[in-house]
Design a protein around this ligand. Structure first.
Ligand SMILES: CC(=O)SCCNC(=O)CCNC(=O)[C@H](O)C(C)(C)COP(=O)(O)OP(=O)(O)OC[C@H]1O[C@@H](n2cnc3c(N)ncnc32)[C@H](O)[C@@H]1OP(=O)(O)O
Ligand SMILES: CCCC(=O)O
Length: 447
């Protein structure tokens, strides 16, 4: 191998590599299932030598050590653009801060210095290949952008990381890497999804009828979109394409059932396009060296202009709450950040711009919270909840009681449609609230 000497020169222990971090630095961690473990642990050990180091991550599948070791955050402040379950727990203890933003804009924010410039980038990668490249594996996201602006790039090699073919910007050459650390080679963390409930099945059945052969799919994060994907795999649909931010496990079912060919896509024909993959080992095995897949940075996958180039782009995402105006909260419960805006806005906006494109916000009509059942369709967004989608961009809303298209509809009409898909138990009260809000006419249907 032509790069062995350079590799050996740059190979250091994790403790050695993290010595480059200085007080006050911003440090970028790689994202999702590629969250650094060994470098994070080594950096956490330097707590007493450092003050005011800021970390920037996205959806960490591991409990981040720099946040765990520093309760009063004099040494490390942990920031994150999309909370995982682990990040939520850190936030509950006041150890994690959310970075608001449209995910598709992140590479530009980083490259133009509008987001704080990381001085050090710590990226989990595959081992180096014969051409001297380390592959960012299942998270392309804005890894390359962070490496480009950082003064020092450290890679943490994981021999179990699948190699994801580009696309674009999926790798970094050894000449752009400063330190190489051989990691723990643990298998990637698996993120499970719940078995399909009756509600999921009903919602999936309502969406299937809206999807035509040759449509191009985006499935969002969380249990429901993944489950809907699995159910679409059992449909009669054919020649589907994939242009998604996330590749979740059910895309493998769709592919193996012969539903996906990508033959009718206008761009990236025959390729399943995504920016990160997160799910089970079967998914990680599927993407490894697979020419049916192409991984891209998130400013490509999530650009409305790119999304719109494929006809019949279908976007399927989950939400926490929707109000009678059609405003959608998908990322917080009061001040508790649950996840993030991520690519939900990008795909809802982009799909509408695709010829024949449609976006679906799916949610069960109710949710059990401890001992009480609450309606997810509410008069106005619960105070404190974050609006992920303004009412102006929302198109289809689907619950187990039906689907409605809010595009171009007046307030009274939206209220009527949304109440028609609310749980029957709550409809009367919602109508009373709509009357008080002056978004109910004498001719509205008493559903
Ligand atoms: C990374 C990307 O951007 S991919 C592209 C699409 N992006 C998006 O759609 C982003 C926004 N959407 C999301 O984040 C998800 O789809 C969600 C949060 C709406 C649903 O995701 P799921 O993982 O299925 O959510 P789940 O039902 O497991 O709930 C997650 C948490 O929220 C809590 N929660 C959800 N709804 C409520 C509610 N109404 N009241 C109280 N808590 C709630 C759950 O209890 C759980 O908390 P815990 O795990 O800390 O105990
Ligand atoms: C979803 C990612 C947001 C950021 O980190 O910029």
């Amino acid at each position: 191998m032509g790069y062995i000497d350079e590799y050996n020169k740059k190979l250091v222990s994790a403790d050695e590599a993290v010595k480059v971090v200085k007080s006050g630095d911003w440090v970028a961690y790689s994202h999702f299932a590629m969250t650094p473990v060994v470098l994070d642990e080594a950096l956490a050990k330097r707590k007493d030598e450092l003050t005011g180091v800021k970390i920037r991550g996205v959806c960490a599948v591991h409990p981040v050590k720099v946040a765990l070791v520093d309760a009063d955050q004099k040494h490390f402040i942990y920031n994150n653009g999309f909370f995982s379950g682990n990040d939520r727990k850190l936030q509950d203890d006041g150890r994690a801060y959310y970075i608001p933003g449209l995910y598709g804009e992140s590479p530009v924010s980083i490259r133009t210095g509008q987001a704080e410039t990381p001085r050090v980038a710590m990226m989990v990668t595959t081992p180096m290949d014969e051409n001297g490249y380390f592959n960012f594996s299942v998270s392309n996201s804005y890894e390359r952008a962070a490496c480009e602006v950082a003064e020092t790039v450290i890679v943490e090699v994981n021999r179990n990381a699948p190699r994801c073919l580009g696309g674009d910007q999926e790798s970094i050459h050894i000449s752009d890497v400063d330190y190489i650390v051989e990691g723990n080679d643990n298998p990637l963390i698996e993120v499970s999804s719940h078995p399909a409930s009756e509600v999921d099945k009903k919602i999936a059945s309502l969406i299937v009828g809206e999807i035509e052969d040759g449509a191009c799919l985006q499935l969002g994060i969380g249990g429901m979109p993944n489950t809907i994907g699995r159910m679409l795999a059992e449909s009669d649909l054919k020649d589907l394409g994939v242009h998604s931010e996330m590749l979740c496990a059910s895309f493998v079912d769709l592919y193996e059932q012969g539903k996906i060919t990508g033959a009718r896509k206008s761009i990236d024909r025959f390729k399943m396009v995504f920016s990160f993959a997160m799910g089970n080992q079967r998914l990680y095995d599927f993407v490894h060296n697979n020419p049916a897949c192409a991984i891209y940075p998130v400013d490509y996958t999530n650009s409305a202009g790119v999304i719109a180039q494929n006809d019949k782009q279908i976007s399927i995402n989950n939400a926490i709450e929707i109000d009678l105006y059609g405003q959608v909260c998908s990322e917080s419960v009061g001040s508790r950040q649950i996840s993030g805006t991520g690519g939900q806005f990008d795909f809802v906006y982009g799909a509408f711009r695709s010829r024949g494109g449609k976006s679906f916000i799916c949610l069960s009509s109710t949710k059990r919270v401890q001992d009480t059942v609450v309606s997810r369709i509410v008069p106005t967004i619960t105070p404190g909840n974050i609006v992920t989608l303004p009412r102006s961009v929302v198109q289809y809303v689907v619950t187990e009681h039906g689907k409605v298209n809010l595009k171009g509809k007046a307030t009274w009409h939206r209220a009527e449609m949304l109440i028609s898909v609310a749980d029957p138990e709550y409809r009367e009260d919602l109508i009373k609230q709509a009357e008080k809000m002056k978004i109910w006419t004498k001719t509205n249907k008493k559903i």
